[in-house]
Design a protein around this ligand. Sequence first.
Ligand code: KIV
Ligand code: ZN
Length: 507
Amino acid sequence: MTQIKIFDTTLRDGEQSPGVNLNQLEKLELAKQLERFGIDVMEAGFPASSQGDFDAVKKIAETVKNVSVTGLARAVKSDIDACWKALKNAQDPRLHVFIATSPIHMEYKLQKTPEEVIETAVEMVKYGKQFFDHVEWSAEDASRTDLDFLAKIVEKVIDAGATVINLPDTVGYTMPREYGAMFRYMKENVPNIDKADLSCHCHDDLGMALANSLAAVENGATQVEGTINGIGERAGNASLEELAVALKIRNDYYPYHTNLVLNEIKRTSDMVSKFTGMTIPGNKAVVGRNAFAHESGIHQDGVLKNAETYEIITPELVGVHSNNLVLGKHSGRHAFTDKIKQLGYQLSEDKLKEAFKAFKLLTDRKKEVTDDDLFAILTDIQTDTSNVKRYMLEDFKVQYGSSEKPSATVTLTTPDDEKVKDTKTGQGSVEALYNTLDELIKEETHLTDFQLNSIGQGRDALAEVHVSLTVDGETVSGRGSAQDVLEAAVQAYLNGVNRAIYQKKAV
Ligand code: KIV
Ligand code: ZN
């Protein structure tokens, strides 16, 4: 069976999703989880785009060991230099350099003739090869490129040293048969094509990203690029968990295998959703809450008689365990430590103490602590930016009655270690809290989005709030989880403001 290499771009194309901005600690945690998931190549970011991106790519490159780490570069020397600086300590570094090849991009965006584009592409691949053994070259907007021109430039960049040729459907325009035919055309018309891996990269504007990726594989692509939960620019990228499960379940049809560890899907997907604030729709294939729920009586009857009547994927295959009750009030430190090791976390002694304290606090309020709860505690602790001065919640009270205007009193410690307190009203409890916070927070803050979800099920499930904010003009997201909805709302708001402060310090 042919191996299909998996190139994950959650941390680059995925991070380009509107409203998403991950900090370095979150990127690092995600990178470790992606490594556990078994991807082959990780696009950790776009080092030339900002100091924050550069630092994150460098840190990831120095941390993960079993994955080839890459960074994106435009076809300019300074971008390639930034990539090399960020990636040179990686176990297996690679460069990903791109230039647009479609008539519309060449004429209007690049303002270059086709011959100039070929010249630049070849020159930049050669430049990159001075540093990197592996160079992936992408023809941006390949699916709207003239096939003969594409074949010509591909041949030249392979001669220049490119080891992977990626042909993206940048604007999500192509159809499966058409996209597959483009790969076949390259296989049949580029004389040196066997010297490079062919890679596909699909966007989902017309809902075709996964179908197009599979069509590419059927026609010679040996690498698929995509993201977890399909996040990415506009409508997103091909969803890697869907690809992985499709290849596994339809192994009779597709003679290919990947190195992915399928039972890490749920955790990887949850982490991406939590960090990005992009909630997974209930009906999303493979990872949606309803993906394994059988609602109609006829289906339930069938499943009870033989699960395979209506169930083609078992929840266990993708790491969903219905019985994930793990620890409770009487669980000690030993059981707790064992469990977090099982979950794949490695914590320093200090973080372990902190996590155990948070776990014990939770068991005071919640009888059954599930994997989902532990996951929330552990990811919060691993991505905590508490070494940076920040706003901290000391106390809050909300007065609410259906016939009176809600008011909120909040006490905070500011980044300058001052205790401040105020009371304000609002149309609802959350607005009253946020109006009070705005009074106490020095930065100019506006709320642009608010989402509330529960972690797990049941009356005592933790509440999780995601907010989008602008803080002094910068767009940030924030999240908070707590037993109480209002507390989660306050924590999310403060988390967003503190992230803006952290980001400013990191630049
Ligand atoms: O969609 C695209 O074309 C890209 C390239 C930069 C590879 O993301
Ligand atoms: Zn893309």
